[in-house]
Design a protein around this ligand. Structure first.
Ligand code: SF4
Ligand code: SF4
Length: 169
């Protein structure tokens, strides 16, 4: 498999594709604190990331099929754009502590609970490590998209983007 074609063939971008699109924060950046990660590498007509940001930190512009561009110097890590993105393509990662921390959108029931051990997964939905739920935010403005915060093994910070869906009981 050509790593550069993973998005077209498998439906999720590879690390190489994200790197080429300038959408993969460096390990150095991640080690300094919270980094917004926008993994949106297809030219689709969409811009809620741009319109939801109170700081004007994300630009799509015209035409609306432009890929979003983040101005990290304007981003305050408020997280509002995470739930606003209909493609579930935005997350926040922080590698400055002993464990990596991720905030990601989650649209399944049941929601996880704080303290629960979950299985973190990569862009293909493959299980990669255990995570611990730190927060579950469901404000009304998120329109039923929960934003989940989880901590996990720092060595997996580039791979992890979400958690494996919990089974219904
Ligand atoms: S995290 Fe907040 S400030 Fe940063 S880009 Fe998203 S909405 Fe804007
Ligand atoms: S809202 Fe999400 S899917 Fe739409 S352009 Fe922005 S990052 Fe891409």
């Amino acid at each position: 498999m050509n790593d550069d074609k993973t998005l077209k063939v498998k439906g999720a971008p590879s690390l190489a594709e994200l790197r080429a699109a300038g959408m993969l924060p460096s390990v150095e950046d991640l080690s300094k604190g919270a980094c917004l990660c926008i993994e949106c590498v297809e030219e689709i007509p969409c811009n809620p990331c741009e319109t939801s940001c109170p700081q004007g930190a994300i630009a799509v512009g015209t035409p609306i099929t432009n890929l979003p561009v983040l101005d990290g110097s304007k981003c305050t890590a408020c997280g509002l754009c995470i739930a606003a993105c209909p493609g579930l393509a935005i997350m926040m990662k922080d590698g400055s502590g002993d464990e990596a921390v991720i905030r990601f959108p989650y649209e399944y029931f049941p929601l996880p609970e704080v303290g629960q051990k979950v299985t973190m997964c990569d862009r293909m939905g493959k299980a990669v490590c255990v995570g611990t739920i730190k927060r579950v935010d469901t404000p009304k403005r998120n329109d039923r998209t929960a934003v989940v915060t989880a901590a996990f093994d720092k060595s997996m910070i580039a791979e992890v983007v979400s958690m494996v869906r919990l089974n219904r009981t």
